[in-house]
Design a protein around this ligand. Structure first.
Ligand code: FCB
Length: 450
């Protein structure tokens, strides 16, 4: 028997995900100037593997290369990451452009396999390089938001069983974060130890759309629980060294809605998906216990209260037919990723969070893969309006960060997915600010929309 969704249990946290409106067209009617409160933080986000280039010593690169050996129809990865944006060498230019745009905070991540290239061996020169990157942001007046784990793990960790070998994994991860936090912490304004603790377990071990492409509910639960531990461990380590530093998480918020709102099964399926996919992690932080189906509300040491702010990543919505997610409907606007454009979804996620988690919220990712700048501007405009709507309704949203500063390597989809405010010509590595970048720059300067 399925457990009763949390929002239906007496005395539990409730989650009302219904929002009126929805289509891009309806949103366009709500135009008009809006301004954000003073001090609202505007910024951009990126990650190490997707931008740096030269990261050959991790699980993703290994899997991308292995995939190249498969016959074309069987390939799951578009292309290998290789040189990516050469951000490792070109970061001063990228940060000059960020400064020119008026970026106030930039989110970046550390590549574990650079800092610990072999088991037990720390590469001090990699840490020094990251210090210089953080310093370069500071020199340009840009605040830093640092992520310690954004999907990849070193090859030597993969050889030992990766995420599934919990004991070795946690020991190795602890050593990595300890040295990284100690070496870089004085240059960090905001911490996001883990990017999307829900995505690796879900994509890699339950639905099989991400490496290592497993569909194994038990492995899914084990790996997800490891992510809880990684988060709690990182939070405690950071606080031990930098007690005042704000620490959050960048969580992939998934918005689900009934495929047919008239059907009880679809409505129930959407409510169940919304609560289990989005609630368990935060419930864990609130209570210190891991809820069903990831646990039986068993306590995890160090988890309770291990968060100072919530980072919300939002892109799209999914329809539910009962408990089955289904494709977009005719008439839906989709991005190059095939993701449905649904701005009210970010409002729904924000208001839900505002009601359930008593913490400030920063939108740590929102953006669109497109080569059409008018479309990018419409997408960002509509979502920023919904963020404002949540603010007006009393949700403590403190900032908004666009994914991404530059075009970059979009995991299995490769370089064709252009999320950047700055275009990269991958043949020459030339950077050019796009129309969407200029538009977002104005938003940041005006602290609102015209
Ligand atoms: C998020 C990831 C980020 C990027 C965007 C498009 O889920 O955190 O790395 O790929 O999607």
């Amino acid at each position: 028997m399925l457990p009763t969704p949390l929002h239906l249990r007496k005395g539990s946290i409730s989650a009302d995900w219904r929002v009126e409106g929805g289509s891009e067209k309806k949103e366009e009617k709500k135009m008009g100037a809006i301004s954000f409160p003073e001090g609202f933080l505007w910024g951009t986000a990126a990650s190490a593997y997707q931008t740096e280039g030269g990261n050959y010593n991790n699980d993703w690169f290994r899997m991308e290369m292995a995939d190249q050996q498969r016959p074309l129809p069987k390939r799951r990865m578009k292309e290998p990451c290789g040189d990516a944006c050469d951000h490792w060498n070109r970061y001063p230019e990228d940060y000059d452009l960020a400064q020119e745009l008026g970026v106030q905070v930039h989110r970046l991540s550390i590549e574990w396999s650079r800092v610990v290239p072999k088991e037990g061996r720390v590469d001090e020169s990699a840490l020094e390089h990251y210090r210089q990157m953080l310093q370069a942001l500071k020199e340009r007046g840009i605040k830093t938001m640092l992520c310690l784990h954004h999907f990849t793990i070193p090859l030597w960790m993969l050889a030992k069983g990766g995420f599934e070998n919990r004991t070795i994994f946690m020991r190795a991860f602890r050593e990595y974060i300890e040295v990284t936090v100690r070496s870089l912490g004085d240059l960090v304004d905001y911490w996001l130890p883990i990017n999307e603790p829900n995505v690796v377990p879900l994509g890699g071990y339950l639905t099989g759309f991400f490496p290592p492409y497993k569909i194994n509910p038990l492995a899914f639960i084990r790996v997800y629980r490891t992510f809880f531990e990684m988060h709690a461990q990182s939070y405690r380590t950071i606080k031990r060294h930098f007690p005042a530093a704000p620490v959050g998480v960048a969580f992939a918020f998934m918005h689900f809605q009934p495929h047919d709102p008239a059907k009880t099964g679809d409505r129930w399926g959407a409510a169940f998906a919304n609560t289990t996919a989005n609630l368990r992690f935060f419930e864990g932080i609130k209570t210190g216990c891991i809820g069903f189906p990831l646990g039986l509300w068993d306590a995890l040491p160090g988890l309770q209260g291990a968060m100072d702010f919530v980072g919300l990543n939002y892109y799209s919505t999914t329809y539910m037919k009962g408990l089955i997610p289904v494709d977009s409907k005719a008439g839906d606007v989709v991005t190059d990723m095939g993701w449905i454009v649904y701005p009210p979804g970010i409002y729904a996620c924000l208001t839900y969070l505002g009601k359930t988690v008593d913490l400030p919220i920063i939108v740590t990712e929102n953006g669109v893969a497109t080569s059409d700048e008018a479309f990018r501007i419409r997408y960002l405009d509509a979502h920023i309006r919904q963020v404002h709507r949540a603010l007006v309704d009393g949700v403590p949203v403190k900032g908004y960060m666009c994914w991404s500063l530059t075009d970059n390597f979009e995991w299995d989809k490769g370089f064709g997915m252009r999320f950047g405010l700055i275009r990269i010509d991958y043949a020459t590595q030339e950077r050019t600010i796009k129309a969407g970048g200029r538009w977002f720059s104005e938003v940041m300067h005006k602290n609102g929309l015209a």
